[in-house]
Design a protein. Structure first.
Length: 225
């Protein structure tokens, strides 16, 4: 399984299918943010990270411009990562409460994290065509995680990608599976698809998503894996 994922990630990081995303990710990597001017930005599609034998898959929207696009690891180096990893550490899903860079010692416990869209989109708003293009990568990646039995989708775009993945195997009506925080759907094969608000600063700072809400959600995910 590790070798399959390694080959998959090798192919993924060389993808240039979406011109707008390629231009934006490389522009950000060259321009940089002042506080990260000494960084060698990743500037490529960002692969998943974690235990390839995990029972839990956590799906986000896309790499952040100065987070994953800078560090080369999903949910790493930005405020969303700070909040999510703090909560994951508290429930035992991670060995430390921070995700700063690829060599920071982070180990995920029974979890694998990946973005639905592998490249950072301008203003965090991917186009439908870009999501369609990237779905083949997402579909292949999820299929390689053969031990998984639970999928947590953080944000509606991530949830829609997960639901689309499962609708290729089962007759699942979208109206019967609306995206909501802590919505839990058991699929015909016993797999659990769970929705959750994205841990973005906008959601956290406005109180839409609290630490308690995320802790409760993650504990429920653990109990269903």
């Amino acid at each position: 399984m590790k070798s399959n994922l390694k080959q998959f990630n090798h192919n993924l990081i060389h993808c240039t299918t979406c011109p707008r995303l390629v231009e934006f990710r490389t522009h950000i990597a060259a321009e940089k943010r002042k506080q990260f001017r000494d960084w060698d930005y990743w500037g490529k599609p960002v692969p998943g990270y974690g235990d390839p034998k995990a029972e839990i898959i956590i799906v986000g929207l896309a790499p952040a411009a100065h987070g994953g696009n800078r560090t080369g690891r999903v949910f790493t180096g930005d405020k969303s990562a700070d909040f999510l990893m703090m909560c994951m550490h508290e429930v035992g899903m991670a060995n430390q409460p921070n995700s700063d860079h690829r060599d920071d010692g982070l180990v995920l416990n029974n979890c694998y994290m990946t973005p639905a869209l592998k490249c950072v989109p301008p203003q965090d708003k991917p186009r439908a065509e870009e999501l369609r293009n990237c779905f083949s990568y997402f579909e292949t990646e999820i299929a390689l995680l053969t031990n998984a039995n639970c999928m947590l989708a953080l944000g509606k775009i991530a949830f829609d990608a997960c639901l689309r993945f499962w609708r290729r195997s089962y007759e699942l009506k979208v109206k019967d599976h609306p995206f909501m925080h802590h919505a839990i759907y058991e699929l015909p094969n016993g797999f659990h698809l769970i929705g959750g608000y994205h841990p973005s600063p906008r959601n956290v700072n406005t109180g839409r998503l609290s630490k308690g809400m995320m802790i409760d959600l993650l504990n429920d995910v653990k109990n269903r894996s």
